[in-house]
Design a protein around this ligand. Structure first.
Ligand code: URA
Length: 431
């Protein structure tokens, strides 16, 4: 077997065997297959795709390239988001479902996006510790039912190396490669129930609904054949989620949401995702689970769990600093907001310092953009449209207004939850 024959075979769109895929992943990890050879191989996959069977095999090979966490609990629930602008869902969802007895032992990432990832956002809470020993992590889950940290252990080293190469070779958007990358990490992190929030739209990893559906079906299939109850919710990311975009401003919005005073779209999403997580974890009817989630949102039991969780990880919930400088951009005309470009506004948040361009960039957790209105709202000229919280770096009024379109005719708010993909029957490894 050699890499040139394998690239040649893929170029002819012939099926690759498990042994051939294993040979490529092992060879790339041990350095016998070079970056230029691997990038030729990934480019062929990007152009021609992989079959479902090849994708399943590749996921399993990647999964076994490193450590597989065993947390010692038999019913851990995980939620994954493919990432979007203003996406603070995990910070609301994790304590909310934990308050219902759903066990959350989650690892999250830092963002290489327009704003920080969940870990960066949580670090905007003064003192919040995002790393701890495995022992402490397990004890915290056993004691309060929730712990959330940055990456631990040597999980899926094959993905780390391949993803870094995909990032610089324009092969990030292959559906087969995304599915194997996400699912190998989810499977390695030890959860038995997995709910994926797959964003589609301008500010998302996938831009079309067809691609989103294909990816969702593939991930659900991979999860379930690996005996993890897996479901995927496809949600709209054409405009930012909620109002706040940044790090500390997003945590503050997450807290408002846990107090039952959050934005309508975020609240709706949390209830839907939380309902599915609770349904899978507690084995109860999905409607009943959704009702329980709603109840703990509005009676603030979810918020109480957040207080317990933040305290357990050393954070001071009363100290979440936001930049002192603020300017308010006013609406330039009277009319209905017909679009807020999520990608563009996300890039402006990064320009303020809220996100990274390179993985070692330092981000400013206190800066951000807070919208006053969403798509479908009617606004009069001169009314506040956006607040910008800034330090050294600034963005202009013109840049903010270029993210918006207005029209005279009424606009319906876009549908947030587009589709829910589940298997016909969940295959579970839990008793
Ligand atoms: N997120 C991942 O973890 N992997 C991908 O391939 C894309 C997004």
């Amino acid at each position: 077997m050699n890499i040139l024959d394998i690239i040649d075979k893929k170029e002819k769109n012939e099926k690759l065997s498990q042994e051939e895929l294993q040979y490529v992943v092992d060879g790339y990890l041990n350095g016998t297959i070079k970056d230029y050879q691997m990038s030729a191989f990934l480019t062929e996959i990007d152009l021609l795709g992989l079959s479902e069977e090849e994708t399943i095999n590749l996921t399993n090979i990647m999964l076994h390239s490193g450590e597989i966490l065993n947390l010692g609990f038999d019913n851990i629930t995980d939620k994954h988001s493919t990432g979007g602008v203003g996406d603070k869902t995990t910070i609301v969802l994790a304590p909310l479902v934990a308050s219902l007895g759903v066990k959350i032992a989650k690892m999250s990432g830092r963002g290489l996006g327009h704003t920080g990832g969940t870990i960066d956002k949580l670090e905007s809470i003064e003192g919040f510790q995002t790393s701890m020993t495995l022992e402490k992590f397990k004890n915290q889950v056993a004691k309060i039912g929730i712990a959330l940290v940055g990456q631990m252990g040597n999980l899926v080293p094959a993905d780390k190396k391949i993803y870094a190469l995909r990032d610089v070779t324009g092969t990030v958007d292959s559906i087969s490669l995304i599915a194997s990358s996400i699912m190998s990490k989810k499977l390695a992190s030890g959860a038995s129930n997995i709910v994926i929030d797959l964003k589609v739209g301008s500010g998302a990893l996938v831009n079309t609904l067809d691609e989103a559906k294909e990816l969702a079906h593939l991930m659900v299939k991979i999860g379930n054949i690996n005996q993890r109850k897996t479901a995927c919710v496809i949600t709209n990311m054409n405009q930012p989620l909620g109002f706040a975009i940044g790090n500390s401003v997003e945590v503050l919005e997450a807290i408002d949401t846990l107090k039952g005073q959050g934005p309508e779209d975020l609240t709706k999403l949390v209830i839907k995702l939380g309902g599915i997580m609770t349904h899978l974890a507690l084995n109860i009817d999905e409607k009943e689970a959704e009702e329980k989630v709603k109840e703990n949102l509005f009676n603030q039991k979810g918020y109480q769990k957040m207080l317990e969780w933040v305290k357990a990880q050393g954070g001071n919930i009363n100290h979440i600093p936001v930049a002192q400088n603020k300017i308010t951009i006013l609406a330039p005309i009277t009319g209905y907001i017909s679009n807020i470009d999520a990608l563009k506004i996300g890039k402006l948040a990064r320009k303020l310092g809220a996100g990274r361009l390179n993985k070692d960039d330092k981000i400013d957790l206190t800066v951000g953009i807070v919208l006053k209105h969403k798509v479908g709202d009617y606004i009069e000229k001169g009314q506040p449209l956006v607040d910008i919280f800034y330090n050294q770096k600034q963005i202009s009024e013109e840049e903010i207004l270029s993210c918006y379109t207005f029209q005279n005719e009424k606009v319906n708010p876009p549908k947030l939850i587009i589709d829910i993909i589940k298997p016909e029957k969940y295959i579970s490894q839990t008793k």
